[in-house]
Each structure stands twice: as structure tokens, then as C-alpha cells.
Design a protein around this ligand. Sequence first.
Ligand code: B4P
Length: 186
Amino acid sequence: MFGPPGSGKGTQAKKVAASQGLVHISTGEILRSAIERKTPLGVLAQQYMDKGELVPDEDVQQMLANAVDRYIAEGARGFIFDGFPRTLDQAGFLDQMMKERGSEIQYLIFLDVDHDELVKRLLLRGKTEGRSDDTLEVIENRLEVYKKTTLPVIEHYKKQGKFYPVNGVGTIEEVNARICAILRKS
Ligand code: B4P
């Protein structure tokens, strides 16, 4: 599940995981849990997330591979990655990691939402959930980082014929129906 901050990745990934029997892995959630538990990764991650920067590739990649292997050992039959990959290096890593495990990415679902709507949603979440990276200054930086560093990942999966754009504006159910239509068709 791919898109800018606030596009609904977490929201939609949870729904798709539940309906398709997939394991949902959100790198943002794992990092927030590490911060709460004050693990070495959490202490490191907080310095980046508080500024709206990305956590270094090697740390997130290691964390993701550990999570995937743990779930495979528990019998997982498929995954939905939410918030990963966020850089071209992470995309290359993910492809290689899946290949080594006899699988591959099937869809890059891109949630398309305009800038003003993103800022509106994230400011609202900042008010209701009190996430420390949902303040106006940090949101604007996250959106900048997304444009510069994360957007090129689209080209990577377009070349592989795996890019599926979805209009991410509408109710949560409407967006979910658009995603389900893509999964049903292919
Ligand atoms: P994430 O946890 O992935 O944060 P996010 O992009 O803001 O979340 P998301 O996009 O899932 O939120 P959603 O739209 O569902 O990452 C946080 C930070 O962790 C990053 O900034 C980075 O520092 C670090 N990080 C994570 N992954 C990393 C990686 N791979 N590499 C390096 N660093 C990494 O929800 C937004 C709000 O919109 C919610 O309040 C929701 O209720 C609402 N909403 C959703 N759908 C809606 C709809 N259709 N209409 C109206 N509101 C909607």
C-alpha cells in the first residue's frame, strides 16, 4: 500500500489484510512501538520521525526482514506492506528479499490524494490521536521528503507492470471498494 503521508495507507491496508487473509506489516507502527518501548531502534527512530525525516534504510530493512521471517515461521501465506518501500534502495531490498523467499510483490496500490486534503487529515489526526509528527511544520516536511525520496519508487514498479493507482479521496468504504475492484480484476 503506497501513497503520501495521510493518504490512508494504514487505514486501507488493515481492511485489505482482513478481507484477503494477509498479514499487515506497517513499518510506521513497528517504529512507534519501538519508540514506546525505548529500544535502541526506537531511540534512533525518534530522532528522525520527530523531524518528519525517514529512518535510515539499513535499520528499517533489517526490522522488516525480521518481521517477515517471524510471520513466515508462524505460517503466514501473504503480506500487505504498509509504508514500505519508501526509497529506491528499500524497493530493491524488498524485491530481493521476496525473491529469496520464493515470492514477489504483486501490486503497488497507489492512493492518490491532493496536498490540501492530506494536510487536513493529518492535522485532524494530530488533534485526535496526538501523534508527535502530525504538526503543521513536520507534516510539510514529511510531504517534501515524500516527493523527493519516495515518489521515484512508483517508476520502479511501473517498469515491472505492478503499478495500480486509486483515487484516495472519498469515504473509507468508497476507497476500499476501488481497491477491492483492482484485486478482483487481476
Ligand atoms: P506511517 O506510520 O507510515 O505514517 P503515515 O504515512 O502518516 O500514515 P498513513 O498514511 O498510513 O496514515 P493514514 O493515511 O492511514 O509513518 C510514520 C513515520 O515513520 C514516517 O514519517 C517515517 O519517519 C517513519 N517510517 C515509516 N516507514 C518507514 C520506512 N519504510 N523508511 C523510513 N522511515 C519510515 O491515516 C491518516 C489519517 O487520515 C487518519 O486519521 C485516517 O483516519 C484518515 N483517513 C484515512 N482515510 C481517509 C478517508 N478516506 N477520508 C478521510 N480521512 C481518512
